[in-house]
Structure formats: structure tokens, C-alpha cells
Design a protein around this ligand. Structure first.
Ligand SMILES: [Zn+2]
Ligand SMILES: [Zn+2]
Length: 152
């Protein structure tokens, strides 16, 4: 009997269903996996998307992501040298996903688009070398000056 609550807890994590979408709700998504990692990024491109601040991104297995609604893509080469696709809602402009052809099995989700942004608590700050002098870093988590090694 005592084992029952533990079993329920385990099932909940293995059948995780994280939901989110854009500001105007034309795009909605669900993710059937826990985040592999979450981090704050101060690269120069993220400062455009984050309106001057860093972006917060959670990495998931791309196969776990299901999207409904139309997305538009913007392609560019990131500071890391990787070709990136940045996907956003064409109606409200909310940035939702980033991927690179170098690692097609992973998708990075903009944490602000999660229905529960608490799930996206960052574990690392990256690209601190590109941040302006007035940037505030969370001293409780590790900082990396540039791009850390790939997550998988
Ligand atoms: Zn939208
Ligand atoms: Zn960035």
C-alpha cells in the first residue's frame, strides 16, 4: 500500500505533458518529455529576441514536441557557427522554438511561452561575454562565457 503513491509519482514524470503556445494562441504545443536542460542565453541574437535581456530556453527531445498552428521560420548562423532555425508565430511574433540542423533531434523552447514558466528554471547562464555591462546574472548557477559543449 505504501508503494502506491511512489508509483503514481513515477508515472507522472514518465508521462509528462508540458503545454504552451504563443501570445495570441494561434500556435499551441505540447511536449511529452521532461526538459533535458534549461539555460539563460545572453548571445547577441537572444538580446534582439529578448528585447534587450537574455532569453531563457529549455531543451527537449524534438520527437516529444507536437505543434498545432502555423509557424514562420527565420534562418541564420548562430555565434556558435551552427545554422539555426528560429520559429515564431506569424500573427503575434512570439518566438517559440529554436533548432539547428547540426542537432536535429533536439528542440529549444522559449520558456516564456510555457503555460507554466516555473518548469523552465535556468540551470546555467551562457554567452556572458556578449552581455552588456548592466546585465544581472544569477550567481547561484554556473556561468559560461561562450557556447558550452553540445548537450547530446
Ligand atoms: Zn501568436
Ligand atoms: Zn542566445
Amino acid at each position: 500500500m505504501l508503494a502506491f503513491p511512489r508509483l503514481v509519482a513515477r508515472r507522472r514524470t514518465s508521462h509528462m505533458n508540458i503545454t504552451g503556445g504563443c501570445l495570441c494562441r494561434a500556435v499551441r504545443y505540447s511536449i511529452s518529455a521532461a526538459p533535458i536542460l534549461t539555460r539563460t542565453c545572453w548571445c547577441r541574437v537572444c538580446q534582439y529576441i529578448g528585447a534587450g535581456s537574455a532569453t531563457v530556453n529549455a531543451c527537449f527531445p524534438a520527437a516529444a514536441l507536437e505543434v498545432s498552428g502555423e509557424l514562420r521560420e527565420y534562418h541564420l548562423v548562430a555565434a556558435s557557427g551552427n545554422p539555426m532555425q528560429r520559429r515564431f508565430c506569424p500573427q503575434c511574433g512570439t518566438h517559440l522554438f529554436t533548432g539547428t540542423t547540426a542537432r536535429p533531434h533536439l528542440v529549444f523552447v522559449r520558456v516564456g511561452s510555457l503555460d507554466d514558466p516555473e518548469l523552465g528554471k535556468p540551470a546555467m547562464t551562457i554567452w556572458t561575454s556578449s552581455a552588456p555591462s548592466w546585465a544581472c546574472f544569477d550567481e547561484r548557477i554556473p556561468k559560461v562565457e561562450r557556447q558550452p559543449p553540445p548537450v547530446g
